[in-house]
Design a protein around this ligand. Structure first.
Ligand code: GAL
Length: 379
């Protein structure tokens, strides 16, 4: 097991897409350390698609694009490791990657060995251009087999977009994270859509094998490869809070070299990250928002944390402010429990103790997340 809690890091795709190169990767590594992102838990720096030459070499090995990565990938990996970070790369289970570069179908073992020889610590494995007669399940198993035997610990990040009932078989493969939807875009509609699609996935989400809701768009502000529209700061905070509550891996996607202080504050908030990284890795519970197969737009999620605390998040995806009351009954307590909860607001550094639940107004597109601790009821 390479990692028990949701993996955290940065991935090149959301902002840079085809235009990734050595200079961007090295300066991003510098920024991850300098700006405290590594300290906050973001340890993997992942180069997504578009890093390779169009042809393999004479021995069938993948070759990094000579213009984009003039010193090769071992050089990049060594630099990343020298900063205390881990290095991730991308391939696909088909003949080609989604952007049309050579991929790993029938090269699984040689590619795993190549990645290990470069010092790769993380593989994102896409699902493009595979023979339609071969199930993704089989090809995911095959790559997992290759990685387990390549002589290096490599975190396996599967990317089948929720197709082929992946949720049902992904744990067998040993993948540490698995994409549950299509690609995220940097706009509010996309964030809502990906969140709505998560309801059925929660029973399959847990320790060591996390449901990946896709790379974060926090801080993209409409710029870059998937920067279609952009979001407000409030929407980015709600997006980040949802990904944290639902145990998604936290892979940053903005150009962190140019992020604002407000964005940095969101992505480095230790208290919300601690809820995401809780060692128990328990499945979150949906307390409100999905009834009789129909999505509403106001969601209450809760998650039991190691040591006895409870995380509770209220998410207003409506376009107007909304009143909410989260009663103790809904959280599993009643008058016989003889306990109260202290609600700690993880975004606003405030705490309250209530006798029967919490009542508040959540502004449009906003959220509150509380870390709740149980205290004796004092008469
Ligand atoms: C998609 C994948 C994206 C990105 C892209 C690269 O299939 O979902 O996250 O990796 O391919 O071409």
């Amino acid at each position: 097991m390479v990692k028990n809690t949701p993996p955290m890091g940065w991935n090149s795709w959301n902002t840079f897409g085809w235009d990734i190169n050595e200079e961007i990767v090295l300066s991003t590594a510098d920024t991850m350390v300098k700006e405290g992102l590594l300290d906050a838990g973001y340890e993997y720096l992942v180069i997504d698609d578009c890093w390779a030459e169009d042809e393999r070499d004479r021995d069938g090995r993948l070759v990094p694009n000579r213009e984009k990565f003039p010193h090769g990938m071992k050089y990049v990996a060594d630099y990343i490791h020298s900063k205390g970070l881990k290095f991730g790369i991308y391939s696909s289970d088909g003949y080609l990657t989604c952007a049309g570069f050579p991929a790993s179908y029938q090269y699984e073992f040689i590619d795993a060995e190549t990645f290990a020889s470069w010092g790769v610590d993380f593989l994102k494995y896409d699902n493009c251009f595979k023979p339609s007669s071969i199930p993704a399940r089989l090809l995911t198993h095959r790559m997992s087999f290759a990685l387990e035997n390549c002589g290096r610990d490599i975190l396996f990040s599967s990317c089948c977009w929720g197709t082929e009932s992946v949720k049902e078989w992904i744990k067998e493969t040993g993948a540490h994270m698995w994409r549950s939807t299509g690609d995220i875009l940097d706009n509010w509609a996309s964030i809502k859509q990906i969140h709505y699609l998560q309801m059925d996935y929660q029973p399959f989400n847990g320790q060591g094998c996390f449901n990946d809701m896709d790379m974060l768009v926090v801080g993209m502000n409409g710029q870059g490869n998937v920067g279609l529209g952009g979001c407000t700061l409030t929407e980015y905070r709600t997006h980040f809070s949802l990904w944290c509550m639902l145990n998604s891996p936290l892979m940053l996607g903005c150009d962190i070299r140019n992020m604002s202080d407000d964005v940095k504050k969101i992505i480095t908030n230790k208290e919300i990250i601690a809820i995401n990284q809780d060692p128990a890795g328990r499945q979150p519970m949906l307390l409100q928002g999905f009834r009789n197969g129909v999505h509403e737009q106001f969601f209450i999620w809760a998650k039991h944390l190691e040591g006895g605390d409870l995380a509770v998040g209220v998410f207003n995806l409506l376009d107007h402010d909304e009143r909410v009351f989260v009663g103790y009954d809904a959280l599993g307590l009643d008058h016989t429990s003889d306990r109260v909860l202290k609600f700690r607001d993880v975004w606003n550094d405030r705490e309250w103790i209530y006798r029967d639940g919490i009542k508040t107004v959540v502004p449009a597109h906003d959220c509150y997340v509380w870390r709740c601790s149980l205290l004796p009821y004092e008469k």
